[in-house]
Design a protein around this ligand. Structure first.
Ligand code: GLU
Length: 495
């Protein structure tokens, strides 16, 4: 048997360090066994998926030095590798399940399901589908389908007993079937849900080992059942421990930057970030901290993964990055800095912002050095505002941060609209709000156009700096967070 692993990211947001972590372990496992590593894009959620996010994920994983044998960008014998291009396959498999009596069409309206859920919650029951459409006659189903009535396809689930999930790291995990919902497999739009598409593709792509985050453990019973219904062999499952913030909570961008692009822009070396991800729950047999991808593959052993939640600590990462930097030759150092930011791709968009403002190149760094900086040296006094109190300044910064965290399309128009909404929401003129933004983003009271600067700096560094400014001024208390969230919701609905 050839070992085949895969990473199956959904292109619904920033390329996440957690995706790279799981990809790294899948790649090491496959390589160590002389097998293959596949990248598949799970873009069945049409509303949240975007081509831009997919490209960023591919670019970021490549930047880190990961490489897959098959994928949407490299092709391969089991393609297409983008689920949105495989609709017919899922449809066919869903029909097979219906024909075999393992799945059924459900015509329940969203209102009915909402009501059911509310009742279950009120009665302290586990929310789940009640089987309303389970026993419709074939004739009725055929009539309603012919009449074009919208419906989904759900899988049947045993009501009693326990499902035994075999996990490579955790051994046998028991999950009672009554906790497993009659999962929707095909949505009313004719597209599959994650569960159906994932199982069908893992089978058709001949995946032998599924290494994925532990948040998927509860989905395993549904998957096991689907393999059984189709009569297919199960791949081995291995649920990796989730990355955590230093306070042990699940790694989240509210507490730690999670986008790979952030670390790229901050000037981390890809080898160092990959090395650090390899230290998440895993260690070299000799416990050395600095190692390359090749060394990791050479010594890889999945059983050395420890299940205690690995902490993604930016300070430790920075320390490790420093080790990598010190070991670079002088020429490699120069090359790495050029690749980082001193190159045409990064500098060219800055030219229109600075060209008319300098007389000599030596003025460039004082004017635009913040494009090459991560954390800014700021003084709280810089945020003194003629119309706003300190508390109001913090409030504005927090509202801006939230608005910009929610912004999906990061461009000048989107940024401007978000800022305007905050200004209107707190009844402030835009020109009174801008000075705060200038200081937070550029570190100076005036500079090149701050909106252009934010567009070029990108969402990660821009949000990071707003957060930095807010924290410098004392952050927001729990009470304030609550009150300001409400304010944000109120003015968002008024707009
Ligand atoms: N698309 C899922 C994700 O975004 C893949 C989960 C899995 O590996 O099964 O994480």
């Amino acid at each position: 048997m050839t070992v085949r692993t895969r990473i199956a990211p959904s292109p619904t947001g920033d390329p996440h360090v957690g995706t790279a972590y799981i990809a790294l372990f899948n790649q090491c496992f496959a390589r160590q066994h002389g097998g293959q590593f596949v990248l598949r894009i799970e873009d069945t959620d049409q509303v949240r998926s975007s081509a831009e996010s997919e490209q960023q994920i591919l670019d970021s994983l490549r930047w880190l030095g990961l490489d897959w044998d098959e994928g949407p960008d490299v092709g391969g014998p089991h393609g297409p590798y983008r689920q949105s291009e495989r609709s017919a396959i899922y449809h066919e498999h869903s029909e097979q399940l219906i024909a075999k009596g393992h799945a059924f069409r459900c015509f329940c309206s969203a209102e009915r399901l909402d009501k059911l859920r509310a009742e279950q919650m009120a009665n302290k029951q586990t929310p789940g589908y009640d089987g309303h459409c389970l026993h419709l006659s074939e004739q009725e189903v055929a009539q309603r389908v012919a009449a074009g009535e919208p419906h989904v396809v759900r899988m049947k689930v045993p009501g009693t007993g326990v499902c035994k999930v075999q996990d490579m790291l955790r051994g046998e995990i028991e999950i009672p079937w009554e906790q497993v919902d009659m999962q929707v497999l095909m949505k009313a739009d004719g597209l599959p849900t994650y569960h159906l598409a994932n199982v069908v593709d893992d089978h058709l792509m001949q995946i032998t080992h599924v290494l994925r985050g532990e948040e998927w453990i509860n989905s395993a019973p549904k998957h096991i059942l689907l393999y059984r219904y189709f009569g297919w062999d199960m791949p081995q499952l291995c649920h990796m421990p989730l990355l955590r913030n230093p306070d042990k909570s699940k790694l989240s961008k509210r507490k730690n930057p999670t986008s790979i692009i952030f670390y790229q822009r901050m000037g981390y070396l890809p080898q160092a970030l990959l090395n650090y991800l390899g230290r998440m729950g895993w260690s070299m047999p000799d416990e050395r901290e600095k190692f390359s991808l090749d060394e990791m593959v050479e010594h890889f052993d999945i059983q050395r993964v420890s299940l205690g939640g690995p902490i993604f600590d930016v300070e430790k990462l920075a320390w490790l990055n420093g080790q990598w930097i010190r070991d670079l030759s002088e020429q490699d150092f120069v090359d790495a800095v050029q690749t980082w930011a001193l190159n045409s791709d990064y500098l060219r968009p800055l030219v229109p912002l600075v060209q008319s403002r300098v007389e000599t190149f030596s003025e460039l760094l004082p004017l635009a050095g913040f494009f090459m900086t991560g954390k800014l040296e700021l003084d709280p006094a810089q945020f003194a505002h003629k119309k706003l109190s300190q508390d109001e300044v913090r409030q504005v910064l927090q509202l801006l941060l939230w608005k910009l965290e929610a912004l999906r399309q990061w461009d000048k128009e989107g940024i401007t609209a978000s800022i305007q909404q905050v200004a209107e929401g707190v009844q402030l003129k835009l020109r009174d709000l801008m000075p705060l933004l200038f200081v937070a983003i550029t570190g100076q009271a005036s500079s090149v156009s701050v909106l252009d600067a934010m567009a070029h700096l990108g969402p990660d560094l821009s949000r990071f700096r707003l957060r930095q400014a807010l924290e410098l001024l004392g952050g927001a208390s729990k009470k304030e967070v609550k009150a300001w969230e409400k304010l944000l919701a109120d003015f968002a609905s008024a707009q």
